[in-house]
Design a protein around this ligand. Structure first.
Ligand code: URA
Length: 250
C-alpha cells in the first residue's frame, strides 16, 4: 500500500507554523478566519492532509497559508548577515517573515556562508533533505565566484585540482577542486566539501587574499538574476531536482 501525505490536526498544524498557541489558533478557527477550498473550517480538531499545495488552498485571516512543513527556500544572502540562530548582529533568519521563527520543526540553513560571503543560500525545515544536500556523498557541487586582491600566479588550477592541497591546521588534504580562471583577479571554484572558510583558506595557501566571495550555484540550481540580495523564493520540486542532480560546472 502506498503511503499518502501525512495528516495533522488543524490546531497543531497552525501552531506548528507559528500562528499562535493551540488555544490561540482554536480562537482563530472559531472566528471563521481559517478557510480550506473556499469552505470556512469550524473544527480545530479536524485532521488536515498536509500536501505541498496546501498554501494555495488554505487561507488564514484572508492570506495564503505559510508553506506547509517539509519545504525549502533559496535566499540571496547579502553581505554582513550571519548564518546562525544565536550570534549577535544581523542574522539570516531576520530576512524571513517574523512568524517563521516560531515554526516547528525550525528552519535551518543548509550549511553556512560566512558573514562576508554573499549569494545562494538554501534553507529548509526538512532535516532529511538538509543532510542529503550537505553530505559529501551526495556530491552536490557549490560554485563560488571569487575576486582576488592580487593577480593569480598561474599554478592555482593545478594545485587545487591535485587533491593534495593541505590547509593549515588540517590533517587531510582537500578533495580536488575544479577552478576556472575568469580574469587575472577573478575565478570560479567548485567545492563538494565544506571546510571552515575553505575558499578563503585555499587562496591564502597560494599566497593570495579573497577580496569578495559570492556563491552563485548549488548543484544545478543557479541564483536567479531577478532575486535581489535579501530576498527569498520557495523552491519547487523542479528546483530541488536541480540541486540534487548537481551537474559539476553546469
Ligand atoms: N568558503 C569560504 O571561505 N567562505 C564561505 O562562505 C564559503 C566557502
Amino acid at each position: 500500500m502506498t503511503k499518502g501525505p501525512p495528516t495533522l490536526r488543524l490546531d497543531r498544524l497552525l501552531a506548528n507554523l507559528g500562528y499562535g498557541t493551540r488555544r490561540e489558533v482554536e480562537r482563530m478557527v472559531w472566528a471563521d478566519l481559517v478557510v480550506l477550498d473556499s469552505v470556512v473550517l469550524e473544527d480545530a480538531d479536524q485532521r488536515i492532509r498536509v500536501t505541498p499545495d496546501l498554501s494555495s488552498r488554505m487561507t488564514v485571516n484572508g492570506a495564503p497559508l505559510d508553506p506547509p512543513p517539509g519545504f525549502a527556500l533559496m535566499l540571496h544572502k547579502p553581505l554582513g548577515v550571519t548564518c546562525s540562530h544565536k550570534e549577535q548582529g544581523p542574522l539570516v533568519y531576520a530576512l524571513l517573515p517574523e512568524r517563521w521563527r516560531r515554526r516547528e520543526p525550525a528552519i535551518s540553513t543548509v550549511g553556512r556562508l560566512d558573514k562576508e560571503t554573499s549569494g545562494l543560500l538554501l534553507m529548509t525545515d526538512d532535516g532529511t533533505l538538509l543532510h542529503r544536500i550537505i553530505s559529501p556523498r551526495s556530491q552536490v557541487y557549490k560554485r563560488y565566484d571569487v575576486t582576488l586582491a592580487r593577480p593569480l600566479r598561474g599554478d592555482e588550477e593545478k594545485i587545487f585540482a591535485s587533491g593534495e592541497l593541505m590547509l593549515e591546521g588540517e590533517e587531510k588534504p582537500l578533495l580536488p577542486v575544479p577552478m576556472e580562471t575568469v580574469s587575472p583577479t577573478r575565478a570560479y571554484v567548485t567545492l563538494t566539501e565544506g571546510r571552515y572558510h575553505q575558499v578563503r583558506r585555499m587562496f591564502a595557501a597560494v599566497g593570495n587574499h579573497v577580496a569578495a566571495l559570492h556563491r552563485d550555484r548549488v548543484g544545478g540550481l543557479v541564483l536567479p538574476d531577478d532575486l535581489p540580495a535579501g530576498q527569498y523564493r520557495i523552491l519547487n520540486d523542479a528546483d530541488l531536482a536541480l540541486v540534487l542532480a548537481s551537474p559539476q560546472g553546469a
